[in-house]
Unconditional design. Structure first.
Length: 326
């Protein structure tokens, strides 16, 4: 049995014991006057009607006081039950996330390592010559890049949970940066299969960190390509909304299905759809996007139920003063 469930059962047992004790004292106070009168009668002492009534009145007053105090304690107990149940639910959710994370990481490490090892062994044994050799080297390089990307994501995530994101915000031409990074992604092995549609103004300055922006855009495009279907189409749009520069990355895939869009930015969270489970990843891409956006004074949000289907993520960053002055 999971430790969190044992804690829950122990707490339920304590609450049940409290309710039994409370019920017993309620019964005792309700019959206290009768109990005392019987004890006095057993000793052969006659009690006048006035004394009997006074005793019953005192018992009722004690009963009301006990009920009031017991009800207050009961409310405190109920509040503590709610807090404990919520805490245990979060603990169970974290446990599930850790289990899913370990499973995903194990698979993500084993697959590229085994693939790269196979290609290298084939090259060492002289089983690949000419174009085949170059193809094997390219595949091994892709596997190593996949490993490097995953390890870097894990290291950045670990650093965020301890010291926070390391960003150096300055005025950047977000439009030029977006076009530059998109051009790199168009030739990247992981995203080259997608049709990238870029829409950006000539210039748009925002307060951002160049390295963080690169991580955000790479993760968003990579995530969109993975879940956009067999013929991935991804749109990268940059626009200005008042004092915000909004970067939007959209695909036309199946979307989130029944998943909660508010949880896609949590660490290690991946949907239960088969399309998600069969894709590589450990559930850190959108978490990094959200944390880096927040560290730069912006925010990230998920968009569902779009016209034409699909899924989109928008990252809003503050417009730089240089842009505001123009």
């Amino acid at each position: 049995m999971h430790p969190a469930r044992r804690k829950l059962y122990s707490y339920v047992a304590i609450v049940a014991l409290y309710l039994l004790v409370f019920g017993w004292w309620m019964f005792f106070f309700a019959h206290q006057s009768d109990f005392l009168l019987r004890r006095v009668a057993q000793r052969g002492v006659e009690v006048s009607p006035q004394v009997t009534q006074a005793l019953r009145t005192a018992t009722e007053e004690s009963m009301r006081m006990f009920v009031f105090e017991g009800a207050f304690l009961g409310l405190l107990l109920l509040a503590s039950v709610v807090l404990v149940v919520r805490s245990l639910q979060k603990e169970l959710a974290v446990h599930r996330q850790q289990r899913n994370f370990l499973s995903a990481v194990t698979h993500e490490l084993k697959s590229p390592i085994a693939s790269a090892k196979l290609y290298v062994e084939s090259l060492q044994l002289g089983r690949a010559e000419g174009d085949k050799r170059e193809r094997y080297l390219a595949h091994a390089h892709q596997d190593l890049e996949r490993l490097q990307t995953m390890v870097e994501s894990l290291l950045v995530s670990a650093r965020m949970t301890t010291t926070g994101p390391d960003v150096r915000v300055q005025a950047l031409d977000l439009a030029a940066q977006t076009r530059e990074i998109a051009a790199e992604l168009a030739h990247d092995a992981q995203t080259a299969s997608a049709v990238l549609e870029i829409s950006a103004p000539q210039t748009l300055f925002a307060r951002a960190d160049s390295a963080a922006l690169r991580t955000i855009l790479r993760n968003l495009v990579s995530n969109a390509v993975k879940y956009a279907g067999p013929a991935p189409r991804v749109a990268v749009e940059l626009r200005r909304e008042q004092r915000r520069a909004v970067l939007r990355v959209r695909d036309w895939g199946p979307g989130l299905g029944g998943a909660d869009p508010r949880r896609v930015f949590d660490a290690f969270v991946r949907g239960g759809d088969e399309n998600v489970r069969t894709q590589p990843g450990v559930g850190l891409g959108l978490f990094l996007v959200s944390e880096l956006a927040r560290a730069q004074g912006g925010e990230a949000r998920a968009l569902t139920q779009l016209d034409g289907g699909g899924f989109a993520v928008e990252v809003a960053l503050p417009v730089a003063e240089k842009e505001q002055a123009t």
